[in-house]
Design a protein around this ligand. Structure first.
Ligand code: SF4
Length: 188
């Protein structure tokens, strides 16, 4: 990590306590997955050996709101399940952050019906919107790193003059660049 080299050369290391706290906080975000549909499968893929969310210190998906500080909403939210999501958000430990993963969680996606919430940000503060249907694991990581960068810089989530939580409202831009498809196989 580079720390060993610095300590070896100088024999000591100085920093600010706030930097250490921010570093520890952003290196151990514990996700609370709220996966209701296909985006949840991509969320599960982030824990696989190929993508390895453990690199971020985030492999502990505990389904335990009081021990979690990063809510990942993955999938469409039915009107009936919204109170459950709100309760989970309220039960989570402070400071806490929220990622809305995929088109359905952010906007209702193609499900423009009376039964589906047209964006979970109508009911809970969303910090990062990850686009896609579904987003790839790499894109979810980009969202996670956006929150990590915020914690590095600011430490705590912003609050308004009334003391209420102000969402970061970061919307990731899709970065996928289509490439030419492989040459079709021919039977000779
Ligand atoms: S955004 Fe697409 S992949 Fe994700 S839950 Fe909706 S329909 Fe499924």
């Amino acid at each position: 990590m580079g720390i060993e080299a610095a300590i070896h050369a100088e024999g000591f290391l100085t920093t600010q306590l706030q930097h250490i706290i921010n570093w520890a906080r952003r290196s151990s975000l514990w996700p609370m997955p709220f996966a209701t549909a296909c985006c949840g499968i991509e969320l599960m893929a982030t824990a696989s050996s190929r993508y390895d969310i453990a690199r971020f210190g985030m492999e502990r998906m505990g389904f335990s709101p009081r021990q979690s500080d990063l809510l990942i909403v993955a999938g469409r939210i039915a009107i009936k399940s919204m109170p459950v999501l709100q309760r989970i958000y309220m039960q989570m430990a402070e400071p806490k952050w929220v990622i809305s993963m995929g088109a359905c969680a952010s906007t209702g996606g193609v499900f423009d019906t009376y039964a589906v919430v047209q964006g979970c940000d109508q009911f809970i503060p969303v910090d990062v919107y990850v686009p896609g249907c579904p987003p790839r694991p790499e894109q979810l990581f980009e969202g996670i790193m956006a929150i990590q960068r915020h914690i590095d810089a600011e430490g705590m989530p912003p609050k308004g003059p009334d003391g209420k939580r102000v969402p970061l409202g970061i919307a990731l831009q899709p970065t996928h660049a289509p490439k030419p498809q492989p040459v079709p196989l021919t039977v000779g």
